[in-house]
Design a protein around this ligand. Structure first.
Ligand code: AMP
Length: 204
């Protein structure tokens, strides 16, 4: 059976995984990690509880670490969109846990809280930004967020996003991203409109 040590992940990531008590990748991790590490797009059909967060967080951290550069001012190297603040917070915690020996910066942006701390967090640039769509759109309107240098885009729980009416906000956000980027798309279900959105977003 595949072990994390077989996947070629950077040593600091393997160290964090050992500390987390992970030894064996879940099926979605074993299937997703090699392709995402090589820069390809990904369409993942997976529920919460399958280990899908690590399936994208680990190869993303690996890629950002192997090509180190300063995060763009007011922007990020990797953007993760999540439907709810709870999920956004959990995703950010996973990036922090797995990336703890890599010195990556992680921030979360969601509605219902003050703008000031989020603007200050964005100002200097962050490696990994996890956001809910509504508040991110506000920051784009205020120019406190600029997404033109984003290298990797993750859309998590796409079906939940559409149920919550986020299709138009997602398209708006995507219009701020550079054309050349890596795309990761996750959904628990694949109805027609999700398939169409995936077809629009994924290229490789
Ligand atoms: P997720 O599906 O991303 O919400 O992850 C579900 C839970 O499984 C989380 O609590 C993770 O910490 C845990 N987990 C993810 N991958 C592994 C793994 N390979 N080995 C052990 N636990 C894991």
């Amino acid at each position: 059976m595949t072990q994390f040590t077989d996947l070629g992940l950077a040593k600091p990531l393997l160290k964090a995984l050992t500390e987390e008590g992970y030894t064996t990748p879940t099926p979605i991790q074993a299937q997703a990690i090699p392709g995402v590490m090589s820069g390809r797009d990904l369409l993942g059909i997976a529920q919460t509880g399958t280990g899908k967060t690590a399936a994208f967080a680990l190869p993303i951290l690996h890629r950002l670490a192997e090509d180190r550069k300063p995060a763009p001012r007011r922007g990020c190297r990797c953007l993760v969109l999540s439907p709810t603040r709870e999920l956004a917070t959990q995703i950010a915690e996973s990036f922090r846990a797995y990336g703890r020996h890599l010195g990556m910066t992680v921030a979360v942006i969601f509605g219902g809280v003050k703008y000031g701390p989020q603007m200050r967090a964005l100002a200097g640039g962050i490696d990994i930004l996890v956001a809910t769509p509504g508040r991110l759109i506000d920051h784009l309107g205020e120019k406190s967020a600029v997404l033109s240098s984003t290298e990797i885009f993750v859309l998590d729980e796409a079906d939940e996003m559409l149920d919550l009416g986020f299709l138009v906000p997602i398209k708006r956000i995507v219009s701020h991203l550079p054309k050349s980027r890596q795309n990761l798309f996750f959904s628990a279900t694949m109805p027609t409109e999700i398939g169409r959105l995936a077809g629009d977003l994924l290229h490789d």
